[in-house]
Design a protein around this ligand. Structure first.
Ligand code: KIV
Ligand code: ZN
Length: 384
């Protein structure tokens, strides 16, 4: 592994599946798990086995069919959860238990109604207990985003000493600003002894639309694993979108960060998850939305027809999109109209184009989008 290799931890099947109304059955989860393996994710968080017999079964089956990625199961810092997680992972070639507890004042006082020292004790016990079943134990400090860096460092020091291999620092409520999150990760990296033997992980929620920015900031601060979901699905406003962090690292090579993801499979993976969950991807979604490579205004169309990268920073083929789309609307210009006629096999002269363009604007003002059939009609009835 290169030093700046970023592990992609996919939690589509656990945090992602927590989206209301989007539950998947085991068969659907297996299809997605296979696709995630093809995509090249390093870790698949397959479920929260104590939560239901169905989830337990899914983790079991995923462990059976997946070969390369680590298969991870979530548990609270509770003995029974850890035992069930360990049991569900018996089929996995590379099992990981992901256990943890809330560390912010709000979690300690109001949710868990306990003391900071007791949180550390429970965290350590959970990690040690999980280690009695598997070697690879990831610890999460829930609501780390709103936990003071000093207390967080105490918790993380204790779990590192207890044998945690991966340290997940979730911004559970999507609260942090990118610079704060980067500083939090860097603070831990600089103040916890032995942390260099472990992998620091980001886990960012999108309540303020900052999940992706925070994950990249966390990686710049020293994290070497990013937790994310396909299409950014997840609780409330969702999690970090896998496709976004992967393409940011690809587009900004100067960051020196790499992933194992085969980006050409991003679009088909996005469609698979969206269709399985019955959850539409917003058209303007970065990388995988229907409009991510569509151009509809005249100025942009003219630029992109002359040279694609005038308005596209990513080659659509890199993410599995066949080609950019020139969409004809009342905002389109002559260049786009000529381009689309040419694609239909009609090489129109400049004089013909001037006349067709007048007709086109009348049609376009009456519709959201002018289709190929409209263009064929125009040509067949045109006087020129
Ligand atoms: O957002 C969160 O804190 C989580 C943990 C359970 C890892 O999903
Ligand atoms: Zn989460």
């Amino acid at each position: 592994m290169k030093t700046n290799q970023i592990q992609i931890f996919d939690t589509t099947l656990r945090d992602g599946e927590q989206v209301p109304g989007c539950k998947l059955d085991t068969a659907q989860k297996l299809v997605i798990a296979r696709q995630l393996e093809l995509l090249g994710v390093d870790v698949i968080e397959a479920g929260f086995p104590i939560s239901s017999p169905g989830d337990f079964q899914s983790v079991r089956e995923i462990g059976r069919i997946v070969s390369a990625p680590v298969v991870c199961a979530l548990s609270r810092a509770v003995k029974k959860d850890i035992e069930v997680a360990a049991d569900s992972l018996k089929t996995a070639k590379r099992p990981r238990i992901h256990t943890g507890i809330g560390t912010s004042d709000s979690h300690i006082q109001f949710k868990l109604r306990t003391t900071p020292d007791e949180i550390i004790r429970r965290a350590v016990d959970a990690v040690k207990y999980a280690k009695s079943f598997v070697e690879d134990v990831e610890f999460y400090a829930e609501d780390a985003g709103r936990t003071s860096n000093e207390f967080l460092a105490r918790v993380i020091q204790a779990v590192v000493n207890a044998g945690a291999t991966v340290l997940n620092i979730p911004d559970t409520t999507g609260y942090c600003l990118p610079n704060e999150y980067m500083e939090k990760i860097a603070f831990l990296r600089d103040n916890v002894n032995g942390i260099d033997k472990c992998t620091l992980s980001t886990h960012c929620h999108n309540d303020l639309g900052l999940a992706t920015a925070n994950s990249i900031a966390g990686a710049m601060g020293g994290a070497r694993q990013i937790e994310c979901t396909i299409n950014g699905i997840g609780e409330r406003a969702g999690n970090t979108a896998l496709e976004e962090v992967v393409m940011i690292m690809r587009q900004h090579e100067h960051l020196g960060m790499h992933t194992n993801i085969n980006s050409k499979l991003l679009l088909e993976t996005s469609h698979l998850v969206s269709e399985s969950m019955g959850m539409v991807v917003q058209p303007n979604k970065a990388i995988v939305g229907d409009n991510a490579f569509a151009h509809s205004s005249g100025i942009h169309q003219d630029g992109v027809i002359k040279r694609r990268d005038t308005y596209e920073i990513i080659d659509p083929a890199e993410v599995g999109v066949d080609e950019s789309r020139i969409v004809l609307t009342a905002r389109s210009g002559r260049a786009a109209l000529a381009y689309r006629f040419k694609n239909l096999g009609h090489n129109v002269t400049k004089v013909q184009l001037d006349s067709l363009y007048e007709e086109f604007l009348i049609v376009a003002d009456g519709k959201k989008e002018v289709e190929d059939a409209d263009l064929e009609d125009m040509i067949s009835t045109s006087a020129v």
